[in-house]
Write a protein of this length. Structure first.
Length: 317
């Protein structure tokens, strides 16, 4: 990466740095100043924490790869962690990469819940930034579903853990915005953990206005297309919490061995989603609909409000 960058005194290892990790809406604002963040990074102080790698790469994505590491000089040097190593992004300035990685670390560090992967340190190896996290030995939910040996009780248990994790994030003003089976990891005890906060946003700042939710712009789509709700395609701004709730429902379908219902939730370009909406509207106008209590529910329309979901309890968790 170009420019002046902090470098570790022991370049063969990952060395942790001290980070001012105060959480606020400005951290994840699209207008946050990447140059100021780079100045902060250059003044980072190193911690006396080192991680060594065995070279084993667990997985690779578009922007990063995950590698097994071990903490040096600790009481138990055999306990593994994972380091998420970020690639250089073509045509993206170094200071922007630094801003995004720092944002992801701060948001993930503040998300402390049994169903969220624990984030341990922000590290530097030579000129490469990495985030060190707890190790989940059983892979991701997609791999588990592919094996196909989950009981109904197990499926419901994992889905409940997902909802608990998302409920925690929303109660702490964090929206994940990229929930999918690949971002849900499993421990050897069967605990589901939400990971990858690269698209996460802080949607509310209680110190400024506890009742104000910052909506996200759809000018730059985030997440995975097949897990995005329809308001992302129909409205200029959207409530990021709704994106998470919509994705939870689709992950639930995956858990129960159902294929993705559509490729994109846009009636104009996806025939499967068009059929879903058409069937939904027919159901709403049928006699069967009268058997269900619909408190304050309005007819479906592109970009509907939170209360337009089938149950207000679902979207608010």
């Amino acid at each position: 990466m170009p420019g002046s960058k902090p470098t570790s005194s022991q370049s063969s290892d990952y060395q942790a740095v001290k980070v001012d990790d105060k959480l606020s809406m400005s951290i994840t604002s699209e207008a946050s100043n990447s140059v100021d963040v780079l100045k902060l990074m250059r003044n980072y102080k190193f911690k006396d924490s080192f991680y060594s790698s065995t070279g084993e790469v667990l997985g690779r994505g578009s922007y990063a790869q995950v590698r097994v590491v071990y903490k040096r000089n600790s009481k138990n040097e055999t306990s593994p962690y994972v380091a998420k190593e970020f690639f250089e992004r073509k045509n993206v300035p170094y200071e922007v990469c630094v801003r995004d990685i720092r944002k992801e670390f701060i948001v993930a560090r503040h998300a402390r819940h049994p169903n969220v992967v624990k984030t341990v340190d922000l590290c530097i190896k030579e000129t490469q930034l990495s985030i060190v996290m707890e190790y989940c030995s059983q892979g991701d939910l997609l791999d588990l579903v592919a094996i196909g040996h989950l009981s109904t009780t197990g499926q419901l248990c994992l889905f409940k853990q997902l909802l608990r994790g998302v409920s925690y994030l929303h109660s702490h003003d964090i929206a994940h915005r990229d929930l999918k089976p690949e971002n849900l990891l499993l421990t050897e005890r069967g605990v589901l953990k939400i990971t990858d906060f690269g698209f996460a946003v802080v949607f509310r700042d209680p110190e400024i206005d506890p009742n104000r939710v910052r909506y996200c712009s759809n000018s730059k789509l985030c997440g995975t297309k097949c897990y995005l709700p329809h308001e992302v395609w129909y409205t200029k701004y959207y409530d990021p919490r709704r994106l998470d709730v919509w994705a939870c429902a689709l992950v639930g379908r995956c858990l129960f061995n159902l294929k993705l219902a559509w490729e994109v939730s846009n009636m104009n370009i996806d025939a499967d989603f068009y059929r879903f909406i058409s069937t939904w509207m027919k159901f709403r106008s049928s006699r069967c609909s009268s058997l269900i209590d619909w408190p304050d529910i309005y007819e479906w329309a592109p970009g509907f409000r939170p209360e337009d979901y089938p149950s207000p309890e679902i979207w608010s968790l």
